[in-house]
Design a binder for this molecule. Structure first.
Ligand SMILES: Cc1ncc(COP(=O)(O)O)c(C=O)c1O
Length: 421
């Protein structure tokens, strides 16, 4: 290699010139629509959403329709939405719920919060999403439900999950916290199973600081979800009539205002993320040692909350993932390792599950509760968390195509240097 090329290739982490110093877009984004809507709420004096007919109510209807669902119940966050959905579809204490361990902790803690037991199955090598065949291997007579998590915004294998559920009479809840606008075989996610949940927390593609929603096509499930999140009231009941154990999980009208305004921008942002992700799939995928999340051909809409990829150190001179991430950061590319601890290794999950298992055994009931994380370690998840997984956040994908080219250039530069040794 010519001396000039070697100099240009000197990594920023070693004192070379970074590929870029321009920042990527900031998040959240807002405009005068949000300002107007927030002021409207302020001046109206109607800040709560308890009486229906306001902005939260309108948003829940709009968002349900946007996601091809018949009913939407807005709640305080995506974690609460999962808890409410699980209760609404009928999951009971000590039931087992199969979930993938490559997800945010809430997928498991929502199960544990109602005294049910998460049972982990592996993810697919190519998509990082639930492996329905492995889920089948984790079934027991106590399995009541499966949570299909649409990590990064790509729908999980819903054909596989729904077929398994049908065969064994299980409930299906979609954790679509990262999947606003995503679609499977031409139908948006959220009501493909019995219920689905979304998050509107600050980082999410549609956000109101905090927030969440439960979607379903089943009226009874919707009414139960509404009751659980409205202190056990009934939709047609009296104010002080509480028929179910419930919580106040309502959003404020300020959040409803932000969500309605954000929903107007979502389709355009969705398209932009998709365009840029396709560009990265094509060009970043050519860099040795980087394999973008594979896209299942049945996926007809990917929300790209994350741009997920696999790192192969054998193509990078044996350098560990952490070095690669630091080197890319130095070149001006915001990238992180993502989930580095699988949920079956999280103390919050281990300890809470053990507590419920001990109670179950004391009551003479059997439950699935491995004695140690090693005992239940899942090979693909171990590799992805341990050293192969990495991602960039959705705001990167809101930049221009020339910014995507910088990402590709930086990754190729780092790879060349790593391979040179
Ligand atoms: C996959 C997944 N599930 C659940 C949640 C929980 O959502 P929230 O943070 O709104 O409680 C999140 C978001 O953080 C998530 O990414």
């Amino acid at each position: 290699m010519a001396a000039a090329q070697v100099k240009a290739d000197r990594l920023a982490i070693d004192g070379g010139t970074p590929v870029r110093d321009k920042p990527f877009p900031k998040w959240p984004m807002w405009d005068e629509r949000d300002e107007r809507a927030l002021l409207d709420v302020l001046r109206s004096g109607r800040w709560g959403s308890h009486s229906g007919g306001g902005k939260v109510h309108a948003f829940a209807e709009w968002f349900a329709a946007y996601q091809d669902a018949q009913h939407g119940v807005a709640v305080t966050n995506g974690t609460a939405a999962l808890e409410v959905a699980l209760r609404a579809v009928g999951v009971e204490p000590l039931d087992e719920v199969i979930i993938p361990p490559y997800t945010f902790v809430a997928t498991a803690t929502a199960v544990l919060a109602l005294g049910a037991i998460p049972v982990f199955c592996d993810i697919r090598e190519d998509t990082f999403l639930i492996d329905a065949d492995d889920a089948a291997r984790k079934l027991t007579p106590r399995t009541e439900a499966i949570i299909a998590v649409h990590i990064a915004g790509q729908p999980a294998d819903m054909d596989g999950v729904l077929a398994l559920a049908k065969q064994h009479n299980l409930k299906v809840v979609e954790d679509a916290a990262q999947a606003h606008g995503a679609a499977w075989r031409g139908r948006k996610v959220g009501a493909l199973g019995d219920a689905g949940t979304f998050s509107f927390q600050s980082s999410k593609n549609l956000n109101s600081g905090e927030g969440g929603i439960v979607l379903t096509n089943n009226r009874q499930v919707a009414e139960r979800a509404w009751s659980f999140s409205n202190v056990g009231r009934l939709p047609q009941g009296a104010w002080y009539q509480h028929e179910l154990m419930g919580w106040n999980m309502r959003l404020t009208e300020f959040q409803g205002a932000l969500l309605l305004a954000g929903l107007e921008r979502l389709p355009e942002q969705y398209e932009r993320r998709e365009r840029n992700a396709l560009y990265l799939d094509e060009h970043l995928g050519e860099v040795p040692g980087i394999t973008p999340q594979a896209r299942d051909e049945r996926v007809t809409g990917h929300a790209h909350h994350l741009y997920l990829l696999r790192y192969d150190k054998s193509q990078m001179g044996g350098r560990e993932r952490e070095w690669f991430l630091k080197a890319l950061h130095a070149e001006g590319i915001p990238i992180s390792a993502g989930y580095t601890t699988s949920l079956y290794r999280m103390n919050a999950v281990i300890n809470e599950r053990r507590k419920w298992a001990e109670l179950a055994r004391a009551a003479g009931r059997e439950v699935t509760c491995p004695g140690s994380p090693e005992e239940e370690a899942l090979p693909v998840t171990e590799r992805v968390c341990g050293g192969e997984g990495a991602w960039m956040g959705q705001t990167v994908l809101l930049a221009e195509q020339s910014d995507m080219a910088d990402i590709v250039e930086a990754a190729a530069k780092v790879q060349r240097a790593a391979a040179r040794g």
